[in-house]
Design a protein around this ligand. Structure first.
Ligand code: ZN
Length: 269
């Protein structure tokens, strides 16, 4: 599902002058609390600043102020080679405060993924020398140093690795954010009472989280119960075993566990 981009055009932009985008840069807006508030600031010609995009807590939505092919004005010398987003947040936020904004982090991650695909920039975290050199990837404003205007956002508690892991589609289990596990537990082991829904889980669960949940469910089912495929095989095996009726998704070598289950079903019957 692609991000909804609300257009609030800013007059504060110019041409990239032929430069190729190699940086995806993350900022905190340090003032605006919504993408609309940020948009009206950038819409004022006298502010002389802009960014391509802004993110707040609105599910699966960002504000777009400068088209990606234009040069936004927010990171000095880095602007020609950067596509940039402002989080409606503050660099002084604690880790706990960032955790209270799962939609904002999910929006940022989804935007990083879309811009990565647009410009062919890898979702790789750059250090300061890579960002200020010729590295291609994702960085924060602080990584651009004085070359990029000498700012310190997004702050030391910003969960950069978590955002990049989400942008990459979740990666392996170890890359999942904390809310993911709470949400999976709520999904799989409860009656899914909305009042009990983990408060840090975004309102719109991203596709990577649904995929992850399914993967975990399949593994749990494989270990502790029968999957649909195994059940079909057991039924077939205990029946007439016509080769043409063999269920299509059964592995050619039957796992040890399936034989145990088959014996168990046979004994039960
Ligand atoms: Zn900044």
């Amino acid at each position: 599902m692609s991000l909804k981009r609300i257009q609030i055009p800013s007059p504060n932009y110019s041409s990239r002058g032929g430069a190729t985008v190699r940086l995806i840069v993350l900022h905190t807006a340090e003032g605006a609390r919504t993408i609309q508030e940020l948009g009206s600031f950038f819409a004022n010609p006298s502010s002389q600043v802009s960014s391509h995009t802004g993110a707040d807590d609105t599910p699966n939505t960002v504000g777009e102020y400068v088209r990606p092919d234009g040069k936004a004005w927010t990171a000095a010398n880095a602007n020609p080679v950067a596509v940039q987003i402002e989080l409606c947040a503050f660099a002084a936020w604690t880790a706990q405060e960032w955790d209270r904004h799962p939609n904002m982090l999910a929006n940022c991650a989804a935007w990083v993924a879309e811009e990565s695909a647009r410009f062919g920039v890898p979702i790789t975290r750059l250090n300061a020398s890579q960002a200020q050199g010729s590295g291609r990837g994702v960085c924060q404003h602080v990584d651009l140093g004085s070359w990029g205007g000498g700012h310190h956002d997004c702050g030391s508690a910003f969960p950069m690795d978590r955002v990049l892991s989400m942008a990459k589609g979740g990666g392996d289990e170890m890359g999942y954010p904390d809310w993911f596990w709470d949400w999976v537990e709520w999904q799989m082991t409860t009656t899914q009472d909305p009042a009990e829904r983990p408060k840090d889980a975004p309102a719109t669960i991203p596709d990577w989280a649904w995929d992850g949940q399914k993967k975990i469910q399949n593994r749990v089912a494989y270990r502790y119960g029968m999957t649909g495929d195994e059940r079909a095989w057991v039924d077939w095996y205990l029946g007439q075993r016509h080769p043409e009726d063999r269920p299509p998704n059964v592995p050619s070598t039957i796992p040890e566990r399936w034989w145990t289950d088959e014996a168990w079903v046979l004994a039960r019957d």
